[in-house]
Design a protein around this ligand. Sequence first.
Ligand code: UD1
Length: 376
Amino acid sequence: MKKVLHIVGARPNFMKVAPIYRAIEARGLLTQVLVHTGQHYDVKMSDVFFADLGLPAPHIHLNVGSGSHAEQTARVMLALEKVCLEEKPDLVSVVGDVNSTVAAALVTSKLHIPLAHVEAGLRSWDRSMPEEVNRLVVDRLADLLLTPSPDGDENLLKEGVEPSRIHFVGNVMIDSLLHAREAALELPTLQGLGLTPGGYGVCTLHRASNVDDVKVLGGLLSALAHVSRRLPIVFPVHPRTRKMLQEGGLSSVLEAAPALKLVEPLGYLDFLCLTAQARLILTDSGGLQEESTALGVPCLTLRENTERPITVEVGTNLVVGTDPERIRTEALKVLDGQGKRGRIPEKWDGKSAERIADVYARFLGASAPVPLAAIG
Ligand code: UD1
């Protein structure tokens, strides 16, 4: 049987791989190996997601941990090269745009192993974002480019990618969301936090440009504190952000805002339970912009740009930047009933992983034999 090696490393990778792994497994035509680079390692950033998403424990763990961009990328490359030489996969599948993704793409290409990139073609046109650099490199190297939205196809075509390599499969992260929504809504997450459906907002912040600079982070917190006077806001705090909150002397802003409730990072199901019933989402996450659109919850993106324009054009997202005054104004508009309603983008239908499994099977010549009865 042909072998597919899946690479995951950071939190947003896990919900993209889970449905692909499941779809390939159900067909039984390919062997799968799941490699975790260890870019994210806290239980709350990693293990919880494997459990919530029904992913098997990784077959191989590289334990690379944190570091500068070069350190982290290089450590994944060094460890993964050995794994690829031993495992001899027929295809390596990477998802998203984190450092583990680009490291895996470089190793794979140099070993002449075919590479598939899930979530290809997204562009923020902002190379100060490490993820944009990762996206550009991975898409340049990939043999199969699986796009979540038509803008992805357009960007790739403009960059000269051969049309036969591009496959518009839809958004595989939404497969996970639709698969888990019912179970998530059964959880007592809201009661545990003293919240009622529609009676709170959710905020997440972890983007380097927002949290590594104490002035920017302070401005964002003051805007959130202001909005929380009208609507309580739950803020699960990413470790990177937690560090800056501790080191940056921002505790006085937080103490003055009791309705801005900071909590530990949540698991996939608890977080979905929270976002699905929120009145408003404020975030700098790419994935959450998409999830808000899928859930029909108004989203304000606290960044100057987005690599996911479909969430603005079709969905519930509005890119508002990081100016505290603008954030306050737009948030209050949502609370006054002027939030975007939006529609569900094309092929965000829970079947993207099936399409991806089809593309991989065709590429590897591993399609199911046509039953004799069908041939007649
Ligand atoms: C990474 C991705 C980003 C993604 C985000 C999701 C890159 C360049 N960035 O950013 O695209 O949106 O994951 O969360 O790949 N840390 C812990 N525990 C962990 C992981 C990290 O404490 O389990 C802390 C460490 O101090 C680390 C810092 O968070 O130095 C940043 O982690 P890192 O993986 O470098 O980047 P993220 O900010 O998580």
